[in-house]
Design a protein around this ligand. Structure first.
Ligand SMILES: [Zn+2]
Length: 145
């Protein structure tokens, strides 16, 4: 269950949306939503966590960080649906072992192939796939919420 009272943010709509997407995308991980405090790039959201095989004693735990202004609105807008499909798909990629990164986050391994993180964000194959999943699941998720 996603914590609805996250650091002073009451986000019942976003939390429910995340639950729906986790279920529909068949991602059995524990996911927490937190405000994005440090803006390192132009990103409005990103996901962090460790796949269950690296923490075998407990269930996999991931945190999705989202821009505070977006969290405060707690809207079920179309961009919000796409944002969560995208980030939750990254969780699926990590849970399935398709995507791994080193701890310094300088190298990613995608389907056994090493990629330096210097490649542009929109050219990364796991990003291309996550964007494709936004398109694939958007209408279905919108119908469910
Ligand atoms: Zn992404």
């Amino acid at each position: 269950m996603i914590e609805k009272y996250t650091q002073g943010y009451y986000i019942p709509n976003i939390s429910r949306l995340a639950e729906v997407i986790l279920k529909e995308l068949d991602v059995p991980a524990e996911v927490d939503i937190q405000p994005l405090k440090i803006k390192t790039s132009n990103a409005i959201s990103y996901v962090e966590g460790y796949a269950s095989k690296y923490t075998p004693s407990e269930k996999a735990k991931y945190t999705i960080f989202i821009d505070t202004e977006i969290l405060k609105m707690d809207e079920l807008s179309d961009p919000m649906i796409n944002l969560l499909i995208h980030e939750i798909w990254h969780i699926r990629q990590m849970e399935c072992g398709w995507l791994r990164a080193n701890t310094e986050y300088t190298v990613a391994v995608w389907n056994g192939i090493h990629f330096p993180m210097t490649i542009p964000h929109d050219k990364r194959p796991w990003e291309i796939e996550a964007r494709m999943m936004e398109e694939k699941y958007f209408s279905h998720i919108k119908e469910l919420i």
